[in-house]
Design a protein around this ligand. Sequence first.
Ligand SMILES: [Zn+2]
Length: 401
Amino acid sequence: MRPERSCPVCGSSDTSAFLQRSSVPVHQDVVLASVAEARASGRGELTMYACGDCGFAFNAAFDQSLMSYGDCYDSTQTCSPGFSAYVNDLIGYLVEEREVRNCTVVEVGCGKGEFIRRLVGYPRGNITGYGFDPTHVGPDVEYGGRLRFEKRFYDEHASSLPADVVICRHVIEHVPDPLQLLSAVRRAAEQRPNAWVCFETPCMEWILRHSVFWDFFYEHCSLFTSSSLTTAFELSGLDVLRARHVFEGQYLWLEGRPARGLIRAHKNAGDVIKLAKRFSAFEERMGARWRAAVARALDVAEGDVSPRRVAVWGAGAKGVTFVNLVDPDCRDIQCLVDVNPNKQHRYVPGTGHRVVAPAMLGDERIEAVIVLNPNYVQEISAALRQQGSGVAVIDLMAELA
Ligand SMILES: [Zn+2]
């Protein structure tokens, strides 16, 4: 438990709470073998604070000891063609535009290794790769030794490994002390001249501006804006080379390199406190609105004898958070649908909703699917048309706008 509510990035005591949820599942990206296990899985408190000085947001009630990123943790998203294309574009950007070639790349928190594997496999890239992740499964060595996996956390013991580029995607939001991670990465980059680092993480400003209530969950104890991630870089001795938004504005992408000498941190909270207050009011009203949206999806107002059978697309963090908020007793939503075969025929933490394959929608007599991320609406609609399914697709963000 964090002992105080001062900002873990800039140390400011000017922080304010904007979101409180009790007894939320601590894991979102695990699936369990039985309903009983799923309902018995660990719970914690979500108490999100925002910093009025740098704009960083953090869960003041986060308890690292509740987390276990073991073998059943699976945040793989590349089963989705749209996400897979996004990853390929990112790799093309790194190799072709940023000239990441003939060098050593370390990926911190590589998950199952899809990203570093594709990067090392890029034609004529001649990249040597190291992937660090305690949840990695599979061979330790690939590409005849050009790619190696270390099944552990990346920490100060690993930062002596010389790297030309250190990549860290969708990890820093899981870490309660982001400066510790950034400092370890900076030390690794310092081993080589001209080495640089890049981080990708959700943009909290996008979440707040679009009131995406299912994007606040326990695993994400640290959420950044472009400005607060810049501050965190600077306080860790990294000069920011470029900052941009990617994935239709949902993610931040920052590149930096070890600073020569001391640098001054530019703290700028921007609109974060105003947006957080607006979100706070929204969260209070939201219960009624999301129940109405689900009721519309169920089509109960049409005078049907029985409500429509509805599923939620995606058993990742968004889907798991959504069903825990809107259908905690597992009554309105029949199941979650996921293209990742490792998640199918298993149960999501908290509610115990079952996960099925897209091809099972007919057998489950599903009439409508709720899609939470607008980036996937077209892809899912096309996939359903292709399998000859008449299931309706509900773009929930458009519904709630
Ligand atoms: Zn701060």
